[in-house]
Design a protein around this ligand. Sequence first.
Ligand code: ZN
Length: 465
Amino acid sequence: MRDSAGLAPDFPTLSLDYAPRHQGNGPGFEALAGLALRLRRLGRIDKGLTEDGEDGLLSPENELKEARVRKGDAQEIRRLNRRAILAHLRRGPLTRADLSRLTGLAKSAVSRLVDELLKEGLLEEGTLTSPPLGRPGTLLHLRPGARFALGAEIGVEGTVLLALDWRGEVLWAREWAHPKEAGPEERFARLLQEALPQAHGALGLGFTLPGVVVGNKLLYAPNLGWRDLDLNPYLASFPLPALAENDAKASALSEVFFHGEENLAYLVLSTGLGVGVVSEGRLLRGTNGAAGEVGHWLGPEERPCACGRKGCLETELGLGALLRHHRALGGEAEGLEALLAKAQAGNPSAQAALAHLGEHLGKFLANLAVAYDPARVVVGGKAAELFPFLEAPLRRALAEHAFLETHRALPVQPSSYGHLAAAVGGASLFLARFFELGGLWAESPRRNGGRYEEVALGTRHGLGA
Ligand SMILES: [Zn+2]
């Protein structure tokens, strides 16, 4: 039996959802509607998908196209809906009605998915709210400690290991020093030993290295003196999924993951100098993973660099140069901590050396602004702790040398995680993946879509969603 529009009797349910948007779309609409109907009968389309989702993924047009391509992958649709709910709850507590309004999902669909998330222990119900308009509702929020990941930074002088809650809180952190000549065997053995008792329940371990990482290979870390290191044996030695990433890139991803930005440069200034750039929502890696190794930009000077060449930028703009300059001013300080303590005590040569570094850094940021045009620059690494002394001269130099008027006021901030930032970045590789999967993390994440690095390493758009 057909009705006057030539549609099947059970079509009205569907037309309520689809017809207003598709009127005037011609004969194609019927084919689409028919497809949607078939998928719904097969249980392959969630009714909640019939309204626009905020990210556009859930709009009926897109969803129908996607559904056709994927032949109604119910699991994928559920993932997208759960991802949307979790993404909104990351910004703060909301009621079911809020979630329905924000995601465009039907209230029944929200309720069902929320029940699922409550049962999995991901959400918690809080207080009852009574808005001036509308019905009272219970606030839902992400349950603290429901999921966490481990992150580690293998630095030149030592290693930082921490656990990061899925809401961005550092649960604990520990650090240990290495002799400079310690090789990968020794450093990874210690990391394994420290991580092992903490691995239970963690989504994974993301660790960073101060060098060029591509896939599971470290191509070159000049300040460690490591070259062409196959990371697979080390990755496999951990009792949980593990990933490696460059320190500046992981730090940039963590900022994007927590703040949802599209254009950002994260500067790591420690023994070396590097930058992690997220441009238009994507992490810039380049062909060999070397994009952002700005510490090895060649300049006119002739000072030897750890990379074996002469005149690299980090020989002039780095902590080694800071200590050298301080000595040239007649200052005496064993290391960075001593120099910082002197500056805090009002020592003029220590303060002058830091002001010189700040000025140099400001000029460098004027260059970075024309290279990558970020919306915000984060200063991390050891330089984050020096920032109070660097800031004023840095801003003066940036204002003086900026190419565009707007670059003069480019926001520059120290990393909110301080010297833990790279390790936080490592852990956020896994947390980002968890959210991307809508919390549908199988016992083995490798089985769940397989390629978590696609998102974790920023090769897919929209990481910060
Ligand atoms: Zn170099």
